[in-house]
Design a protein around this ligand. Structure first.
Ligand code: C2E
Ligand code: MG
Ligand code: MG
Length: 561
């Protein structure tokens, strides 16, 4: 290189480093302009820089390839360097000249080396800063986190388009059970694939972020809401490519479509709407999609109050067991009773529907159920000691109990601690929603069966009870829900009448005792008789009664006329 070229190089090098060292990002136009001049000076036709976050990414070819000066023709490598940074990122530079270019002098190579080192150093630094910034926006397994959600909201807000979007907060229902069923690793795949399905639905400007565990938030354009809610209601998700095995995944979801007149203060204010809506959704068993409105905050506060008051209420014995007679419609005799819980608080009676669904959102309900079972055992033992005509009493167990692997032992422990003869106890359980629950249910019912403790399917016909439930599990009793009981009993052609008739005859054919709940009128009693369903429970005979009233009725006969 002659003096003139040497000077030219120094000037270009100076321009390059100052363009690279701009605050913020490098001045790209200037960098490209200087590089192309440098290429000409140093007889270079192409320069490629590669950046990988780790050597394994490099091996898999997952990285960034930057080509500042390009050339398509055949060329040869004249300089190459690979640098592994302390954080194990890999930066690689490769410089080419055309095939017919005479060999480079040592001085030229030194100049190329100097330029490339400066480039690699700055590129590595910028990329690492970006990577570190990105890390703050993702959780440890790569889901975007809450910070990403806030960033996206801020962006839509500053673009003035926030009200075109809907936000949701969702929790995967029974994900613990899914994990238990398919295994933790496959559970991770289920979660990932479920999120991917949502991502595929909501397009590029939508975003799904994980808040931790199986809790997520998402933002997407309003027009995707219906399709997203479909996924929330339940969708089969494959977790094993080969066998194509699938599980049904659904979510409890709080929804907040951002309104046109929304006064945005900060991204946290959106969370203030989503949190109560999604909590309310988790509280509800059947409708697990809840749109935000002001009332939710109130019912949410009420639920919180009930949860807080529950432990002391249980200690102070504020819960009382009421008994509703089950009556033989032919003889009028009491053949059984159902234990139903009432909460006496400050002189008022709180009905079970006002607190049981709330307690069922945690495992607190189990404490209450065992308390009721214990009270029932004590009452039975007292009745026996008093020489009363004792009947079998059924106790409701929430589905939440199925999470308890030792459920069967726990039930038995309470009954045997009270020395209550097994034949006087019946356990009522409702239908299940997942395969895992079904399996556990089967195990528990079998266990109880072996101990001579009766079991019944409660609310049959409501919700999701399937015929499989009664085919595969050895129940003793089918409790037909009042929704099957025709109101207009004269219309024997109505679908309800037909179904009632056939459900009763099916139950009898498979050898199940059959009882109808919610019998309120004489006509309904007649209908039971004519369909050979001989046991009834309902207001026609009695409401659930305080124990002192119920025990007086033991051994008495109801008049049916
Ligand atoms: P369930 O087990 O299906 O109980 C029957 C419900 O129907 C009772 O409501 C009863 O009062 C009501 N009922 C009885 N006869 C009639 C009638 O002729 N007409 C109408 N319309 N209703 C009738 P209750 O006592 O309010 O209990 C509601 C639900 O709360 C129960 O439904 C049960 O699922 C739950 N529950 C009550 N006590 C307990 C408990 O100790 N543990 C658990 N896990 N759940 C309980
Ligand atoms: Mg019941
Ligand atoms: Mg029922």
């Amino acid at each position: 290189m002659d003096e003139k070229k040497r000077l030219q190089f120094l000037l270009l090098y100076e321009r390059l480093t100052s363009a690279l060292n701009q605050p913020g990002d490098a001045d790209r136009a200037e960098v490209v302009a200087v590089l192309s001049e440098l290429c000409e000076l140093l007889r270079v036709c192409k320069g490629v820089t590669e950046f990988y976050k780790s050597p394994s990414d490099e091996k898999m070819g997952r990285g960034e390839v930057l080509c500042d000066v390009d050339y398509d023709g055949p060329c040869k490598i004249i300089w190459q360097k690979r640098v592994v940074t302390k954080s194990m990122a890999v930066v690689k530079g490769t410089i080419y000249s055309t095939l017919d270019e005479p060999e480079h002098t040592k001085e030229e190579i030194d100049c190329i080396d100097k330029v490339e080192r400066a480039l690699l150093c700055i590129i590595a630094m910028n990329r690492l800063i970006n990577a570190i910034e990105e890390l703050g926006f993702n959780d440890e397994v790569g889901y975007p986190n809450l910070k990403s959600f806030y960033r996206r909201i801020e962006r839509f807000y500053s673009d003035g388009i926030l009200s075109k979007y809907t936000t949701i907060m969702f929790n995967l229902r029974h994900f613990g059970l899914i994990n238990e069923d398919v295994g933790r690793e496959a559970g991770d795949v289920v979660m990932r694939n479920y999120v991917r399905m949502i991502e595929a639905m909501i397009g590029g400007d939508g975003l799904v972020c994980r808040m931790g565990g199986d809790n997520f938030v998402a933002i997407f354009r309003d027009e995707f809401l219906e399709s997203v809610l479909e996924i929330m209601r339940g969708i089969p998700v494959a977790y094993d490519k080969e066998s194509q095995r699938r599980v049904l995944v659904s979510s409890s979801t709080g929804v907040f479509p951002i309104p046109d007149n929304y006064v945005y203060t900060d991204s946290g204010s959106v969370m203030d709407k989503l949190i109560p809506a999604s909590k309310a959704a988790r509280l509800l068993e059947n409708d697990f999609i809840i749109f935000y409105d002001e009332k939710i905050t109130k019912s949410f506060d009420r639920a919180k109050r009930i949860q807080m008051q529950f432990p002391s209420a249980l200690r102070n014995r504020e819960f009382k067991v009421f008994y509703q007679p089950k009556v033989d419609v032919n003889t009028g005799r009491i053949v059984g009773g159902e234990a139903l819980c009432r909460w006496f608080r400050n002189g008022k009676i709180i009905p079970p529907m006002d607190f049981i669904p709330i307690l069922e959102t945690t495992t607190e309900i189990c404490k209450l159920d065992f308390y009721v079972l214990d009270m029932v055992c004590r009452d039975i033992m007292r009745w026996l000691a008093e020489g009363r005509e004792v009947v079998r009493i059924s106790v409701n167990l929430s589905r939440k109990h199925l999470l308890d692997v030792d459920l069967f032992d726990h039930i038995l422990e309470v009954i045997d601690r009270n020395k209550t003869p097994h034949k006087y106890i019946e356990i009522e359980l409702t239908e299940t929603t997942t395969d895992v629950e079904f399996r556990d249910l089967k195990r528990v019912v079998n266990g109880l069966q072996n101990e001579g403790i009766s079991t019944s399917v409660d609310d049959f016909g409501m919700g999701y009870s399937s015929l499989n439930l009664i085919r595969e599990i050895p129940w003793n009793v089918l409790k037909i829900d009042k929704c099957f009981l025709p109101v207009d009993v004269d219309n024997t052609e109505s679908v309800t009448s037909m179904m009632f008739k056939h459900v009763v005859s099916m139950a009898k054919d498979i050898g199940l005792e059959c009882i109808t709940e919610g019998v309120e009128t004489k006509e309904q009693v007649e209908l039971l008789k004519s369909n050979d369903c001989f046991i009834a429970q309902g207001f026609f005979f009695d409401k659930p009664l305080p124990v002192e009233e119920f025990e007086k009725k033991l051994g008495t006969v109801y008049e049916i006329e």
